[in-house]
Write a protein that binds this ligand. Structure first.
Ligand SMILES: [Zn+2]
Length: 317
C-alpha cells in the first residue's frame, strides 16, 4: 500500500499568502500535482495516476484571485475552481458569507423566534449546522429579519468579478466548474429548485466563459446529506463529466465520476495537521470525534428530523 494515495484537495477562502505557499510547496513535495484534464482522462481514458493530487477551490472568493492565483502562476500549479455565475455577475454574497460577521447570539435568537421548536436542540449545535438544514428561502428570510432587527443593510460582496474570473481562466492554469447559483443545500430543496440551481449555473457559466462547462462541485458536498441521485441525474443530462463531493477519502477508479471525494483542508491548519490528514484519510474524522466529541455534520440528521417533524411541507428527500 502506498503511503500517500491519490488525493483531491479542497480549499475555500485563503487568508494568508505565506501559509498558502507553504502548503503548495508541501503538496508539490509529496505528490505529482495534476490538472483537472488528467483527472478526466483518469476516469474516461484509462490514464493511470500514482501519488497524484489535484487542487480545488470552491466558491470563487476574491482571496483566490488576490492570494492563491499569484502563487499558482509563480509555481505553475494547475488547479480547478467552482463558482456561481450569478454571484460573479451580481457582486453579491452567498448566504453563508453574508451572515459570516453577524452576532451569533442575536442570529440564534432570530432563528428561535421564527422556529421555536428548534430551541429543544442541543445549544452546542453550531448555527451553520442549523442553517445547512434549511432551504434557501428560509435562510434569506432569517437574514432579512436579522438586518431589520439590527438596522443594517447588505454586506460588501466578497467574490471575484467577471473580469477576474476571465483573467484566471485565460492563464491556462485554472479550470472552472459550476457550483450552483445560490449555494443551496440541494437535498433541502424541491426538485424544481435543485434542477434550476444546477442547470442555470452550468448554462450561464458556459456562456460567460465561451466554452461548455464540464465540471461541477456540490455545495457543502456531503454525499446523501447534501445531494443525492436526483442531482447526479440532472448533471448527466447537462453532460457534466466530473462532479465533486466532500469526503476525507482518496480518489480511485471505483468512484462514480459524478461523486468524486475531496478532502477539505481548513485554512491556516498547520503542516503537521495537513500531512496527518492526508495520511489518515477518514480515520482523521474518527480521531477528531474521539478527542473533541460530535462534529457539526454529526448533528445534521438530528436537526433534519426535528424540522421534518415540525414542518410537514418540508421538501427534503
Ligand atoms: Zn461552496
Amino acid at each position: 500500500m502506498k503511503l500517500f494515495p491519490n488525493m483531491i484537495i479542497n480549499f475555500h477562502k485563503v487568508w494568508d499568502s505565506k501559509w498558502m505557499e507553504r502548503v503548495f510547496l508541501l503538496l508539490k513535495n509529496i505528490y505529482n500535482i495534476v490538472s483537472l484534464e488528467d483527472i478526466e482522462d483518469y476516469y474516461y481514458k484509462g490514464k493511470e495516476l500514482h501519488i497524484c493530487c489535484h487542487i480545488t477551490f470552491d466558491d470563487g472568493d476574491r482571496s483566490f484571485y488576490t492570494i492563491a492565483f499569484p502563487l499558482i502562476k509563480k509555481h505553475q500549479i494547475p488547479v480547478s475552481i467552482y463558482v456561481s455565475p450569478q454571484i460573479i455577475k451580481s457582486g453579491k454574497n452567498f448566504w453563508f458569507q453574508e451572515r459570516s460577521h453577524y452576532n451569533q447570539e442575536v442570529f440564534r435568537f432570530i432563528i428561535y423566534k421564527k422556529y421555536p421548536y428548534l430551541k429543544q436542540l442541543n445549544p452546542k449545535i453550531p448555527l451553520i449546522t442549523i442553517l445547512n438544514s434549511l432551504t434557501l428561502e428560509q435562510i434569506w428570510e432569517l437574514i432579512n429579519e436579522y438586518r431589520l432587527f439590527m438596522h443594517i443593510g447588505e454586506e460588501q460582496g466578497a467574490y471575484m468579478s467577471e473580469s477576474e474570473l476571465k483573467e484566471v481562466y485565460d492563464s491556462g492554469l485554472v479550470a472552472i466548474g459550476a457550483h450552483t447559483q445560490n449555494h443551496p443545500i440541494l437535498a433541502n430543496e424541491t426538485e424544481q429548485t435543485s434542477r434550476y440551481e444546477i442547470q442555470s449555473s452550468i448554462l450561464e457559466l458556459s456562456d460567460m466563459l465561451g466554452t461548455q462547462v464540464k465540471y461541477f462541485a456540490y455545495p457543502n458536498g456531503i454525499p446523501s446529506l447534501d445531494f443525492g441521485e436526483r442531482e447526479m441525474d440532472v448533471l448527466k443530462t447537462m453532460d457534466i463529466k466530473l462532479a465533486f463531493s466532500i469526503k476525507n477519502k482518496s480518489f480511485t477508479k471505483e468512484n462514480n465520476p459524478l461523486s468524486i471525494p475531496r478532502m477539505v483542508i481548513e485554512t491556516n491548519g498547520s503542516l503537521t495537521y495537513i500531512v496527518s490528514k492526508l495520511l489518515l484519510e477518514s480515520k482523521a474524522d474518527k480521531i477528531k470525534r474521539i478527542v473533541l466529541g460530535k462534529q457539526a455534520k454529526d448533528y445534521r440528521e438530528e436537526v433534519r428530523e426535528l424540522i421534518i417533524n415540525n414542518q410537514p411541507n418540508y421538501s427534503q428527500y
